[in-house]
Design a protein around this ligand. Structure first.
Ligand code: FNR
Length: 355
């Protein structure tokens, strides 16, 4: 059996194979609500055979959205439409995950396909917040520095959204601590210049994340697996480093986090050597140094490449992003390429290639 199609048992859940859909914002919601687009988008990948889907960055508060079109889970009313998606995924034997997020200083942006939209004119603008009043780049506004009281409120919002996710029936809650969004802004010395308990040394900069994890853990039932996505490096000498990521992963593991989903970058403009597998060494390192289950992501686009990463013990599973946008049926094709019978839903049985 190829490793890509062998099950992976975590504490609470079992992945039927090692292909997981990476979270990808759809910028297609109004007031945070999921709609038919989300239902079709996620259901298609479940039909295609991934073992789990990590739903796109889902905002824990309106201000935590990247854009006004982001998905959200800051109120109970959001739960119904998400529940429909989760139920369908479960019927396809696909685990349902949700990535909970706050965009911090990267909030309040136009959607990517309409970058020139005048947000203020259209009432789609709000003031962003961050650990320190340092803008993301020269085009961004200066974010408001969070007070301790506001930090505590955001921690509570992560907790409340996690509680809702649990009630909806998600199998996985992933906390988004990567890509330069709010939690990453606290982690990195490049964006966190605070002088209180939440800034300065490593222990202070990771405090915000650890407090979120501790609160989220408190509300998640035992059957839900807790994952954290990190950027394992800022790709800048003075920034968040590989070594920081290892130290953080040890602490997260001890707190009961099941998986580190290992990405990189996004905090500042940096030169990134983008090429196939470019982030895999970080997943490998964290796995080797901490023993925690890791997922590798980033320019992994074919079955043999994915199988090799697993065979080389560089990660425990593979997250696919853009390849699944191009091809929802990647897992079926990958099975054929690796020489095993793909699991095809009965209504699609006749699509099987016959040699
Ligand atoms: C992303 N990515 C992303 N990451 C994340 O943690 N949360 C998110 O909501 C999003 N949103 C998003 C939208 C779109 C359209 C793309 C293409 C990407 C990053 C994504 O999960 C993945 O890490 C990268 O795309 C690299 O993997 P691939 O695409 O090379 O397989």
């Amino acid at each position: 059996m190829p490793k890509l199609f062998s099950p992976l048992n975590l504490n609470q859940i079992s992945l039927k194979n090692r292909i997981v859909m990476s979270p990808m914002c759809q910028y297609s919601s109004d007031d945070g609500f999921a709609n038919d687009w989300h239902f079709v988008h996620y259901s298609s990948r479940a039909v295609g055979g991934v073992s789990a889907i990590i739903q796109e960055a889902t905002a824990i508060s309106p201000k935590g959205r990247i854009s006004y079109k982001d998905l959200g889970l800051w109120k109970d009313e959001h739960m119904h439409n998400l529940n429909k998606i989760v139920d369908f995924l479960h019927k396809q034997n696909c685990l349902a995950g949700i990535q909970l997020s706050h965009a911090g200083r990267k909030a309040s942006t136009p959607v990517p396909w309409n970058p020139k939209e005048n947000l203020k004119l259209n009432n789609n603008y709000w003031e962003s917040v961050a650990p320190s009043p340092i803008p993301f780049n020269s085009d961004s506004d200066i974010p408001k520095e969070l007070t301790i009281q506001e930090i505590n409120k955001i921690i509570q919002e992560f907790k409340e959204a996690s509680h809702r996710a649990d009630k909806i029936g998600y199998d996985i809650v992933e906390i988004h601590a990567a890509h330069g969004y709010l939690i990453h802004q606290f982690l990195s010395p490049l964006s966190n210049k605070r002088t209180d308990d939440y800034g300065g040394n490593f222990n202070n900069r990771i405090r915000f994340l650890l407090e979120i994890i501790s609160e989220v853990k408190n509300v998640l039932s035992k059957k839900v697996s807790l994952w954290v996505r990190i950027s394992a490096t800022d790709w800048i000498e003075e920034g968040w480093s590989n070594e920081d990521s290892i130290q953080l992963s040890i602490l997260l593991k001890n707190m009961g986090v099941d998986v580190i989903d290992v990405s990189t970058g996004g905090l500042v403009n940096a030169k990134i050597p983008v090429q196939p597998n470019y982030q895999v060494p970080y997943a490998k390192n964290i796995k080797k140094e901490t023993g925690i289950i890791t997922g590798a992501v980033g320019l992994i686009t074919n079955a043999i490449q994915a199988e090799e990463i697993l065979e080389n013990n560089e990660a425990d599973f593979i997250l696919l992003g853009r390849e699944l946008l191009r091809n929802p049926y990647f897992p079926m094709e990958a099975a054929s390429i690796l020489g095993i019978n793909p699991l095809i839903p009965p209504p699609y049985e006749r699509a099987k290639i016959v040699f």
